[in-house]
Each structure stands twice: as structure tokens, then as C-alpha cells.
Design a protein around this ligand. Sequence first.
Ligand SMILES: Cc1ncc(COP(=O)(O)O)c(C=O)c1O
Length: 446
Amino acid sequence: MAKLSSAFFYARKLIRLTLNLSRPTLFRFALGHYYLNKDDLCVLENALNKGRDDALIHQFERRFAAEIGEGECVSYAAARMAFFDLLQVLGVKSGDEVILLGFTCSVMANAVLRTGASIVYSDLDEETYGSNPASIQRLLSPQTKMIVAQHSFGIPCRIHEIQQIARKHGVFLLEDCAISFGSKCDGVPLGRFGDAAIFSNDHTKPVNTLIGGLLYTEKKEISRAIRAIHQKHPDFTLDHQRDLFNRILFERAYYYPRRYERGDLLEAVGELLNKKKSQTRPVLLTDEYTSPQKSISASYPYPARLPSFLAKLGLLELERWGRTKALRMNRLRRFLEKVRSSGAEVKIPARYMDSSCEIVPLRFVYQAPDPGRNRALMSRFVDPSQFWFAAPVICCEYGLSDFEYQEGMCPTSERVSANIINWPFAVPDEFDRVLDESFQSVLANG
Ligand SMILES: Cc1ncc(COP(=O)(O)O)c(C=O)c1O
């Protein structure tokens, strides 16, 4: 009976995916490395075969840090692992409190839960879609060991005010720059305001190394302490690293406008075959997205080092960063002009218009007066199920309360989450015009 229902499930899934081929959506929020040529792939494969290469890792860490400031970077298999190590170094434990933004990813909540400390969710600042200083101030207690100030979608949060609060109360300030790389506030790059910062490089993030993250700090005592525990962390198995390499090849071919559906179909067939061989691995470290810390099975090491060949990929990404950045900043200018000239009643974060900030956008975000209609109109171009922060803690499958979030804790986050719209900016330049036209048509009809 179970076999029959599983066969039925797969048959239905394959039929649906085959039908989708006839009406492909244009854009998604992850874009493959379509620009890598055969030589680049050879270089990556050689780095994979060589195994751990500390010189390459350090080269990537130095290059990434140089984009931010005078400090040092330490790389990981994910940003959440850098966060977890920092919590360990600071001795955060049961009875302590860590302030997160109630507009975050479940993996951040899980890193705190792993230490035994409690999460305190701060509310959103509607002008920046980031952390709100007034809310943080209200939530401080003698147990607060860390304030995490989150910048969202490339938009700087009110970091000067948060910095003052942290200094006044002597609390450690971490900037969560996971989804905001390259932006500046008063000419200062994000990541330089806190005692430390984390950056994520997974395939939906500003710099894409498929998986990966870094800790940045200008405080020598922190980088020394982090390095001391980091050197003991394991690498992913060679099998897992090979899977990551194959995933890069797959996304290079199919994570591209109008090809995503073909990839879905292939993936489903692959899943079915793998299921038969009972070989499944969460290649992209997705276990922790849906499960609260208590039920995570250790199917990959945590914390783990960044595979060296991904450091090489990061260097290739950074070579293109100037171009990527200019493309996204120009897109932002055009989108804002379209909002202005259309007279559409969408509510954009006020920070977009703030000349003291230089914004390198990852996605374009706003609240729509009729979000349901807007999402329906958009679904011809983008899959709205992939919007970030359509709930105050995203990706959790078991419910927000498993991540210590209770309804009503962050009213602004909840309201913005209910109305939020995301447009992807990780789109190749040759699709500039199509992206603009898609946005224009949704604005005109939404
Ligand atoms: C705001 C925010 N912080 C941190 C993270 C964690 O990044 P990583 O997946 O590299 O652990 C994410 C992941 O999406 C995020 O959205």
C-alpha cells in the first residue's frame, strides 16, 4: 500500500513538472554560475581533487575581507556556523539571551537554540526592513549577551543608533549581513559597525559559492579565538564535496531564466532514482531550515569548514563583483523610477530614497496594497513561494513556536510579512529589459 501511494505521488509530481515545461517562469531567486567556462570548471575540479588547501582558503578570506575593511574573515560551510562559533567564543549559554530580528531565517534561531540560550525577537523597522533600535532598546535585559542587527535585502538598517545602544549597555553587537554585501551607510561598508559581522554566500546570496559563509571582525582577540576553534572543525566528506560540485554543474545549466522547469523535472527523476538506491544527502544543508534544533539529525558536520574548491569559486565571483554590483544598483534606480512614475500605491522601504546610503540590492522589496493580487500577477514571472520573510521566521515547517516565536511578539514584522513582495535582482544582464517589463506590467495592473 505504502509503495503504491509513493508511486502515485511520484507519478503526479512528474506529470505536473512535465506540464510546467510548457509555461516556464522567467526568474527565480537563485541564479546558477552560467558564466563559468570549461577552463573555470577544470580549475574548480582540480581544486576539488586536491582537497584541503589552506592557502586558497586564506586567499579568499583576505579578498572578501578587503571588500569590507581592515579586518579579518574566517570562512565556514554556512554563515549560521560562523554565528554559532561566535556564540561559543563569547560563552553564550543557558540562561543568556540573544536578540534576533523577528524577520530572520530559522537557521539563525537554531544556532542560538544549540547553545541553550533563549531567543528574544525584536520587531522590524518598516523604513529599512531591518532591525529596529527602539525595539532592541525595550528588550535589553541583564541577561542580554548579544544584539544581532540585521540588514535585509541589501538595505542598511538603522545601525548607528543600534551601535550606540550596544556601546552604552556594553553588549556585543553582531551585524547580520547574510543578505547584504557591499552596501554602505555614510560611506562605511556594512559589517564595520558591529564587533563582528556574518556574511552568507549560499546560492541565493549576493556572492554565490553554492553554500558558505564568513565571519568578519576587526577585533584581533575575536579573530584569534575564532581561529583557535575553527582549526578543529571538520571538512565535508569527499562524497559530499563531489555532490556540491555536481550541483554547481546542474545549477549552471538549469538555474537560468526559462530553464528552471527543465531542471525541476530532471531533479525529480534523479530524486526518484536515488530514493530507490536509498541515497539521499542534504547537499545544500537544508535540514536545519525546517526542523527546530531538538530534532536536527547530524547528516553533515556542524560547524564545518568551507570546502577549498568553493573558496576558488568565491574568488571567481569576486572578480565579477564590480560588474554585478553596478548591474544591481542600476536596476534599483530603474525600479524606483518606475514606482515613482507609475503612481502605483506600493509602499517601498523609505531607506531606498535615503542619499546617505549606498544600496547594493539583492532583491527589490515592497508592500503591495493587495498582496494576493500582486503575487498572482507576478507568478507568471517569478515563483512567489520563494519570497523571503513571508513570515517572521522563514523556512520552518513545524511552526514558529518551535523557534520560540509567539504570534504578536513582533507586530510590524507580522504586518510587513503578510504584504511583502520580492523581485529577484540576481538576473543576468541580458534579461534586464524583460525584468523591467515584467515589473512594469505588475505595477500597472496590481
Ligand atoms: C538574514 C539571514 N541571516 C543568516 C542566514 C544564514 O545563512 P547561511 O544559510 O549561510 O547559514 C540567512 C540565510 O538565509 C539569512 O537569511
